[in-house]
Structures are given as structure tokens and as C-alpha cells.
Design a protein around this ligand. Structure first.
Ligand SMILES: Nc1ncnc2c1ncn2[C@@H]1O[C@H](COP(=O)(O)OP(=O)(O)OP(=O)(O)O)[C@@H](O)[C@H]1O
Ligand SMILES: [Mg+2]
Length: 260
């Protein structure tokens, strides 16, 4: 999803820059791509759920998970839905910094005791229906915490309040946190960064997701170049060329049917 001007791998945005980018300076094409992602998710998310819980992960660090989580949750809230963005990266959280807010209290505090009354504190100043929950105090055991009964109960309680919950998660090939929480979510979006993500890492990521029976909703191609043929090394995975969003799940299940 080529929503910023092309930058080098090592470049980084200042937090204020990203916040500005969201509601003011997001390029027209980028905005449209996110709206298309929102529409496509409508087709791939399981039907009949009161609240859709979407995990966002990738194979490695730095592929654009947090950026995608922020922008995806933003366009969902812009559409009038009540949306909660959770920083589920309890190792190297970045949402609070990106959104220029305090990193505590956050998810880990709510895991110790959830009071719906305290939730208004997490409403963003940008959109009325957009709530942002930072990571909170970093725990010694992120994976256990994300896969815990406490997490399940918290998400169930939050599902009563929100239409969508977007959880920014760490990368699958590095730690097991995204897999740990996967049984509590509706589906997972996998971020791939063009000219950055290694094919073998992506394959490993999908093997892990498949082994854990994760419902993969599709991929977001971050920092994609426009034009034909820019997806060369990922051709194996089917994509909606114009949407920069593609379903791997479908092609993987067809392949496994064939091999039976
Ligand atoms: N499309 C893009 N164009 C240019 N820069 C980008 C783009 N997407 C993300 N970035 C920048 O790349 C860096 C990494 O992005 P981000 O924090 O979203 O990745 P991440 O996958 O969440 O990283 P981590 O694995 O460390 O959590 C950030 O500095 C971000 O501003
Ligand atoms: Mg991140």
C-alpha cells in the first residue's frame, strides 16, 4: 500500500508526522487503498459477529504492522464504527509514541482489572469513535499474557462495547505472541513490505499461521510500488492487484485440497 512517498528502509517518521499524516496529509491514493482494504475486509471477515477482532502481524520487524494498524483502525472509525486500536506488542510497543500519548495506563493495566467506566480516557482526540489503548507497563511474560484467560475475558468484554478491535502484534517469526492471541480473534492481516520482506521469511510466517489454524484474512502490501509486475517475488500468493490486498488463505486451502 503505497501511502507515503517512497522512503529508504532506514528512514523513520517523527511521531507528529505520522499523526498529521493520518488525518490531514494522507495521500489521496493511500486513503483510497485503505478504504478498499476496509471494504475487502468486509468480505473476508466471518459473518454474524457482534465485534470483529482483527490482528495485524508480519513475518519480521519493521514491515509496517503498527502503521497499518493505526491507519486501518482510523478508516474504520471514519466510517462511523466504534473502533479500538490495541497495542499488543508488549515487547517493543510503538502506538503511544506514534500517537503522541502516554504509554500507561494500557493493555496490561486492563488485564489486571477492567472497568468500563475508565474507558473514555482512551478516546482519541482525532475521531470521536476511535479509541486507542497503548501497551501499558511491559510485562516479563508477553506471550503468556496475550494467550491467557484474562486476555480472552477482556476481549469478550470489549466486544460488547466496540464494533471493531484492531490489535497491533509482534512479528510471527520472532516471537509466539501473535499466535498466542490468535484463537481469540476473528482473523489476521499479514503485512508484507515490498523490497524488504524476504520470501523465505514470508513462507515461514504462513507455515506458522497455518499450523496454528489462524484465520488469515489476507495481506497488505505496504510501500508497494504502483504498476504491473511489482509483486514478482510474491507471485505465489494471489493478490487483488489494484487493491494491494490479497487472499492467501483461499489459495493455500485450494492447494491443500489439490494435494489430497
Ligand atoms: N509505507 C511506508 N512508507 C514509508 N515508511 C514507512 C511505511 N510504512 C512504515 N514506514 C516506516 O517504517 C518504520 C516501521 O514501521 P512500523 O513501525 O509501522 O513497522 P512495524 O512492522 O510495526 O515494526 P515493528 O516490527 O518494529 O513493530 C516506521 O518508522 C514507519 O514510519
Ligand atoms: Mg510495530
Amino acid at each position: 500500500m503505497a501511502f507515503f512517498k517512497k522512503r529508504s528502509k532506514s528512514s523513520s517518521f517523527s511521531s507528529g508526522e505520522l499523526q498529521k499524516t493520518l488525518h490531514k496529509n494522507l495521500e489521496f491514493t493511500a486513503r483510497e487503498q485503505y478504504k478498499l482494504l476496509r471494504a475487502n475486509l468486509g468480505f473476508t471477515l466471518p459473518e454474524g459477529q457482534k465485534c470483529q477482532i482483527i490482528g495485524v502481524t508480519s513475518s519480521m520487524r519493521g514491515e509496517g504492522k503498527s502503521t497499518t494498524s493505526v491507519n486501518l483502525s482510523y478508516v474504520l472509525a471514519e466510517d462511523g464504527k466504534k473502533v479500538l486500536l490495541i497495542d499488543g506488542d508488549l515487547r517493543i510497543p510503538s502506538i503511544a509514541k506514534k500517537m503522541e500519548m502516554s504509554s500507561t495506563p494500557g493493555l496490561t493495566d486492563l488485564l489486571m482489572g477492567y472497568d468500563p467506566g475508565q474507558f473514555e480516557a482512551f478516546r482519541s482526540k482525532i475521531l470521536d469513535k476511535w479509541y486507542i489503548l497503548p501497551a501499558g507497563e511491559l510485562p516479563p511474560n508477553p506471550s503468556e499474557l496475550l494467550g491467557s484467560r484474562r486476555m480472552k475475558v477482556l476481549l469478550e468484554a470489549l466486544s460488547e462495547v466496540f464494533d471493531y478491535i484492531v490489535i497491533d502484534l509482534p512479528p510471527v517469526n520472532i516471537v509466539s505472541d501473535a499466535l498466542a492471541v490468535s484463537s481469540f480473534i476473528s482473523g489476521m492481516v499479514v503485512v508484507v513490505r515490498e523490497d524488504y520482506t524476504e520470501k523465505k521469511e514470508l513462507e515461514r510466517c504462513f507455515r506458522q499461521l497455518k499450523l496454528s489454524n489462524v484465520n488469515v484474512l489476507g495481506c497488505v502490501m505496504n510501500e508497494a510500488k504502483s504498476g504491473k509486475g511489482s509483486y514478482g517475488k510474491y507471485k505465489k500468493y494471489r493478490y487483488y492487484k489494484y487493491y494491494r490486498y490479497y487472499s492467501t488463505y483461499e489459495s493455500e486451502s485450494k492447494k491443500s485440497k489439490k494435494s489430497k
